[in-house]
Design a protein around this ligand. Sequence first.
Ligand code: AHG
Ligand code: MN
Ligand code: MN
Length: 345
Amino acid sequence: MTGQCSLEDYLQRYSETGPLAVAVAAAIDAIAVAAVDIAELTGKGLLSETSTLATGRNSDGDLQRDLDVRADAIIRRCLGKIPIAAFASEEARDVEIRDPHGRICVAVDPLDGSSNIDINMTVGTIFSILSAPDHFADCFRQPGTAQLAAGFVTYGPQTSLVLTVGDGVDVFTLDRASGCFRLVRRGMLIPMHADEFAINASNRRHWDAPVRTFIDECLTGIDGPANHDFNMRWIGSLVAEAFRILTRGGLFLYPSDARPGYGDGRLRLVYEAHPMALIVEQAGGLASTGYQRILDLSALSLHQRVPLIMGSAHEVRRIEELHCDPLLIASATAPLFARRGFFRV
Ligand code: AHG
Ligand code: MN
Ligand code: MN
């Protein structure tokens, strides 16, 4: 029954579906154990000796905080107890080859949104699990559709695990008293239509025309082609945005833009966009670069970035239309076609 079922029981039932599922279930269990420790660590704030200050830069040039490194170490320790073929993390430059007999590969963003730590906002852990291919070099070069499971944990007011093993999306919340994750939502469904969007609007002047046109349509609200009003949110933490979209619909965009180094947006394909795209699609939403389905892409390099537009299907399709048909942009921006333009009042 919802609320009573522990993650352990859920994983036990799932692992009965086949030998590969046994390996996947063990990895999810290990990540859940790590998440309890990371929740404890992030929850301490300034009471912790762990500094929130930047200690260096990761391979992608992002500031790396002590907490990023600690979260990474906790996950490595927990996953070290089970046989996995290869492990990849945002915090390490290269793929780590582990057990040659391991059947799965795991990629993680140990602490997503870590710049939000200082201001006491939700952060999280994201993970993607794939089967081990014949050649280790190909572990994280598989398309997103090859993922066996994906999930993320949010460390916020609740510590919650959002999980898909390819059969819908379920949510577990940490019962702090028992240290056990309990099933709280089964079969999450993202509403088809969004009435909320999330984008870092400070980058507006750098956006391409399709993104600018779409956001202008949202801002024009009931007076424009969207024909309804939108609310806006930007948390700066992908896990928190994803949790909101799963809960009440909406749209998240981190598109490519004209700033140096942002030609493919900001988010990483292997351990951010791929797992989020699987979760969003499993909940009935869509995830796209604007031109292509995220799950159809394969990474050429581990830390490769990708534009990510995800959420309610209707709005993701509209953005894809604007990317693929430049004439639509011209018509969308012409006053003649606006609902209250030249011929409408
Ligand atoms: P990370 O902390 O793992 O580097 O990820 C942060 C990501 C993502 O969570 C968020 O959506 C985005 O970066 C925020 O980017 P801006 O700082 O450009 O707003
Ligand atoms: Mn991240
Ligand atoms: Mn991170």
